[in-house]
Design a protein around this ligand. Structure first.
Ligand code: FAD
Length: 638
């Protein structure tokens, strides 16, 4: 049987008298919820140690303690091959007997009170418990936690290996080394050891004078001190998880529909070098293409709430997308059509015609070529579209916070929740991954109403995204080359991270500053953007009658001379569509002089030439006529 450490909270005995229980823990939490049906079977068949909390769902202490327990379980999620965290509700009628039985059977129990129940103390208790296990009960996958010997470490010098070896050199009573060893358990490509600063020879040979210090032996035989911004567990663990070639061992959970959606796209793509501190316009445009031309295509017609959701979504994107003019113009045109159409029902094909610019309006274009750069995955089934959608929404929340007037006159202004609520409704109605939509809706119901400002909206989305990352870490939807971490990692934003009483905490003021910079227009790189759009040509014969999508047999608002709707001209003049310095200006947009496109200009020249020739012909015609007339009038009468 697995070794078991259990924790009784105060008032446990009173729990047996209680009636109906409310749920303190749900499947969303990183704890294993046990009941009388599965407790024995789970523990007896387990190869890991367990830390179980026997609690009573009605008791005030238990309720107050549950956030700490959940935080602890999230904090040590990566230790699950060595020790797992579970809960059992003794206030639940069906668990009465099993609770009594366990208390009689198990001798190692802890009654934790006061500071003993704090997260860091319990985590250190777990480390001690694992380290002091007898060899016989040692969880099979748990790595050694004892300090390594000096000669074993020195023998690594100059040795080539298939993996990195990190050695944390620390004080005897420090927990950093052991915690980093356990954090890296599910990763391959790196082995972590610890050594003590009492080993003078080791300190001398490695040239170390302060502790804790981490020393890294590279697979090619070289070695050096590991450079991290802060000598803390979280910084060491993050650094090691992000080393090239280090990735999470593959898990075996079910594949999500969102990943299936990426299959078949971009296969045989060449790997594109990218900078993870940048956002790529090509990801955003590819995401918009997928959203408009693929995801939406599953809805043959849009009506009622769906149509309203889509209109609001297009409004938000058209007004806030810091992209190229050709894309913004296309979104604005789409918005203009949607807003002014007197229809209750719109066929999807009409939207597709607009996205494809079947009307051949000059300067409107959204590439059909899918290219992922910051969102490329190690296989075609990973990352891609869902990554671009997250990116798009972060960009939009940041844009809304930086340009609070952007949504003026759209009925969405003055609402700090406008972007989040629109995103929420889009995800719930159209996002191809239904399960993801369900999870997202649960998160939104829980906390979205607490958002009171545009800055809080930016932070809310960041928090929820990290919540999803924590839930998906180690699942099959995780790309081994891009492990799901709590983002931004310390290398991207060292000031975002702090440690308080042994627990990693975010400095949210710094996170906000970072998010605004990272997702701001100036940080969006135009690299890899292709400009292979078709040049605007004359309308095809069946499209010449009216500049309206071929599937909509009504005439919408006519585009103005340059093909753009009225409010688009405003956007162009403000430069809002340029999206700041990070975004390329469109060299072939066709708007050249006083708003006339190159096609308009060519037609003018042609007309001019034609008029000249016509005038000259008229001139010669009248000259000849007048000569004849003169000859006639001067002929002498005979
Ligand atoms: C709304 C939504 C809900 C989803 N729910 C699920 C689900 O329930 N189950 C499931 O299997 N998949 C779900 N997905 C897909 C999943 O979240 C990932 O998008 C997908 O697995 C691809 O992951 P990725 O490695 O590309 O990183 P992503 O999580 O897609 O992140 C994209 C990029 O955003 C940045 N980033 C990461 N974290 C943050 C953060 N906290 N704040 C700001 N930026 C960040 C990073 O640069 C990262 O590369 C959901 C996607 C969306 C858009």
């Amino acid at each position: 049987m697995a070794a078991l450490l259990y924790l009784k909270l105060a008032i446990l005995t009173a729990a047996f008298r209680c009636g109906q229980a409310t749920r303190l823990y749900t499947e969303e939490d990183p704890v294993v919820i046990l009941t009388s049906d599965n407790l024995k079977q789970t523990l007896l068949n387990s190869s890991t140690a367990w830390l179980l909390q026997f609690y009573s769902s009605w008791c005030g202490h238990c309720i107050q303690y549950s956030p700490t327990w959940k935080a602890l379980a999230g904090d040590v999620k990566d230790w699950s091959q060595a020790i797992r965290i579970g809960v059992l509700d003794c206030a639940h009628e069906k668990n009465f007997d099993i609770c009594k039985e366990f208390f009689k059977m198990i001798s190692v129990g802890l009654w934790l009170t006061g500071a003993d129940r704090e997260l860091q103390t319990v985590r250190q208790l777990m480390v001690n418990f694992l380290q002091n296990h007898t060899r016989q009960d040692w969880p099979a996958s748990c790595p050694p936690l004892e300090p390594a010997r000096t000669e074993d470490i020195l023998s690594l010098m100059g040795q080539k290996s298939e993996h990195y070896t990190a050695v944390i050199i620390e004080d005897g009573d420090s927990y950093v080394g052991r915690e980093v060893i356990l954090d890296l358990m599910p990763y391959q490509g790196v082995v972590v050891k610890r050594a003590l600063n009492s080993e003078k020879l080791l300190m001398e040979k490695l040239g170390i004078s302060t502790v804790p210090t981490a020393y890294l032996f590279h697979p090619n035989g070289t070695h050096a001190v590991m450079e991290v911004q802060k000598r803390l567990r979280f910084f060491y663990s993050s650094f090691l998880k992000l080393l090239p070639g280090v990735h999470r061992k593959q898990a075996t959970s079910v594949q999500q529909p969102a990943q299936i959606a990426n299959k078949g796209q971009g296969s045989n793509e060449v790997w594109k070098e990218f900078d993870k501190s940048k956002v790529y316009m090509v990801d955003l445009e590819s995401g918009l293409h997928y959203l408009l031309r693929v995801e939406l295509a599953t809805h043959k017609t849009l009506e009622g709430e769906e149509l309203k959701t889509f209109k609001d979504f297009v409004t938000v994107v058209a007004k806030l997308f810091p992209g190229r003019q050709s894309v913004v113009k296309l979104l604005e045109t789409l918005l203009e059509w949607l807003v002014s159409l007197p229809l209750e029902k719109i066929p999807y094909d009409a939207i597709l015609d607009l996205a494809d610019n079947k009307m051949r309006i000059s300067g409107l274009y959204l590439s059909e070529h899918v290219q992922w750069v910051g969102c490329q995955g190690s296989s075609v089934a990973l990352r891609g579209y869902p990554c671009s959608l997250w990116t798009l929404f972060h960009v939009l929340t940041v844009q809304a916070a930086s340009r609070p007037d952007a949504l003026a006159n759209t009925a969405l202004e003055d609402d700090p929740l406008a972007v989040l609520q629109t995103m929420r409704r889009y995800i719930g109605t159209f996002f191809g991954c239904r399960e993801c939509g369900k999870h997202f809706e649960e998160m939104a119901q829980e906390s979205i109403s607490q958002v009171k400002s545009l800055d809080e909206a930016v932070l809310w989305l960041w928090r929820r995204h990290n919540q999803v990352n924590a839930r998906l870490a180690g699942s099959m939807s995780e790309d081994p080359m891009f492990p799901k971490t709590q983002w931004p990692t310390p290398d991207l934003c060292p000031t975002c991270h702090e440690e308080r009483e042994g627990l990693h905490v975010w400095n949210e003021d710094m996170v906000l500053v970072f998010l605004k910079q990272h997702y701001g227009a100036a940080n969006i790189s135009p690299k890899y953007i292709s400009d292979s759009r078709p040049r605007p040509g004359p309308p095809a014969p069946n499209e010449a009658i009216a500049a309206t999508p071929s599937n909509l047999h009504i005439q919408g608002p006519k585009p103005s001379a340059d093909g753009a709707p009225k409010h688009q001209k405003q956007t162009d003049l403000d430069g809002a569509g340029d999206g700041g310095s990070g975004v390329q200006k469109d060299p072939r947009l066709g708007v050249s002089f006083l708003g006339f496109s190159s096609l308009d200009m060519s037609l003018c020249v042609l007309l001019y030439a034609f008029s000249c020739v016509f005038l000259m012909l008229m001139f010669f015609f009248f000259r000849v006529r007048s000569k004849r007339w003169k000859i006639k009038s001067h002929r002498p009468y005979v």
